[in-house]
Design a protein around this ligand. Structure first.
Ligand code: HEM
Length: 409
């Protein structure tokens, strides 16, 4: 049976799961000539690709950059200076060292301490949504993009006036990293985004060195392991990564989860009736249609998976959202079950690169989603259809039209 993966097809973008299930069943280690990549769709293979540092490397930037002809190479040089230091792309020992330092600033107690600020920001945005009236509006612009961006800016103590700039710079970097097709000037945009964002953080780091506070940026500056500290470039790069990773993915979680609830009245009724079990429900939102469509890797040593030979240097897409519906691991994987337990989804990754912000993302969803449905009991889908990102990596909406209806306090 001929099977393929065509993520740019608008029908597949709207519902990738049928195609992913066919792949998982008939060709789980699929070579895509169009993407020049392996597409892994079984849970075991995805988990192995994400966690095996011996077989796979997360560093797809260095080989890509090394083979890039001019003028692209020079255009990207300044962006590469920072992106190559992002731990998400690094191998040991660099990854191990920097991750340990970053983890010192990202302790569970610190994250829980951000709860009142997240509640406050949520309330402010819901008040604005209420003030805008009951007519059709885009929930991404009004809430799901705003909240995670404002939260990460708040905890890093980045002034609110940079919100729109930061969103634009992040989008510029994202269009390069998430391989969006059809953006001809994406290298130039990535350069622009990286230069502007790094300049902002250099200034803020200098300021925080003079006047440290209890914000995340000050904690990163102070983080030390014996005599080791983050270098200046590592500090700038890590701040950029946290800002970037801290909002794009969480935005997609909030948007996708809202859409799931609006499309599933039974699930919605349960979510509203049982606020104490929202934590379990959020795990199911992460699994069922979560923000991580895939993560990419480069084959480090030639090895075999499922009878296919993956050669050194080949590119691999580990399809997390396909693994999350693998019947070998989940009962009735195609149904949205808000009480599902256990729920060992791979949405935050697996192994050494497991998401450092998982607890923060969960906390934001735990606060914002119940409150949204509580304050807007008549919230409904708008007349215009939701618009999905054209991306192989991120699964999320660029626009979610909703009719908020009348608000409660
Ligand atoms: C629902 C929201 C989120 C999702 C689905 C998500 C997903 C992921 C995944 C799948 C990885 C592993 C990448 C890989 O193996 O290549 C990862 C890593 C990472 N995430 Fe998240 N993330 C989310 C939110 C956040 C937040 C809020 C932050 C920070 C404030 C964050 C910071 C990071 C960092 C720094 C890494 C790199 C860790 C490393 O390489 O050691 N993420 N995330």
């Amino acid at each position: 049976m001929p099977v393929g993966y065509t993520p740019s097809d608008p029908a597949v973008r709207a519902d990738p799961y049928r195609q992913l299930a066919t792949l998982r069943q008939h060709d789980p280690v699929h070579w895509s000539p169009a993407l020049k990549s392996w597409i892994l769709t079984r849970y075991d293979d995805v988990a192995r690709a994400l966690s095996s540092a011996e077989e796979m490397s997360p560093d797809r930037l260095t080989p890509f950059y090394a083979s890039l002809p001019e003028p692209g190479r020079s255009t990207l040089a300044e962006a590469m200076r920072y992106l190559s230091l992002w731990i998400v792309f690094r191998d040991p020992p660099g990854h191990t060292r920097v991750r340990a330092l970053v983890a010192k600033a990202f302790l569970p107690g610190t994250i829980n301490g951000w709860r009142p600020a997240i509640e406050d920001l949520t309330e402010r945005l819901l008040n604005d949504l209420s003030a805008a009236g009951p007519n059709e509006t885009d929930l991404v612009g009004a809430l799901t993009m705003q909240l995670p961006a404002r939260v990460i800016m708040h905890v890093m103590n980045v002034p609110e006036r940079y919100l729109h700039d930061i969103k634009a710079w992040s989008d510029d970097i994202m269009s390069f990293l998430f391989s969006a097709r059809g953006i001809p000037d994406k290298y130039e945009r990535a350069r622009r985004g990286a230069v502007a964002m790094s300049a902002l953080f250099r200034g803020l780091i200098e300021e925080r060195r003079r006047m440290p506070g209890d914000d995340l940026l000050s904690l990163l500056i102070a983080a030390r392991d014996a005599d080791d500290r983050l270098t200046e470039d590592e500090l700038v790069a890590t701040s950029m990564l946290l800002l970037f990773a801290g909002h794009e993915t969480t935005t997609n979680l909030l948007s996708n989860a809202t859409l799931m609830l609006l499309r599933n009245p039974e699930a919605r009724a349960r979510f509203v009736a049982e606020p104490d079990t929202a934590g379990t429900a959020i795990e199911e939102f992460l699994r069922y249609d979560g923000p991580s469509n895939s993560m990419s890797r480069v084959v480090r040593v030639t090895h075999e998976i499922g009878g296919r030979q993956l050669r050194q240097g080949d590119r691999v897409f580990a399809m997390i959202n396909a693994a999350n519906r693998d019947p070998a691991y989940f009962q009735n994987p195609e149904s949205l079950d808000l009480g599902r337990q256990p729920n060992r989804h791979l949405t935050f990754g697996q192994g050494a690169h497991f998401c450092i912000g998982a607890q923060l993302a969960r906390l934001e969803a735990r606060i914002a989603l119940p409150r949204l449905f509580e304050r807007f009991p008549d919230l409904a889908l708008g007349n215009a259809p939701p618009v999905w990102h054209d991306s192989l990596i991120a699964r999320g909406l660029s626009c979610l039209p909703v009719i908020p209806g009348h608000a409660r306090r």
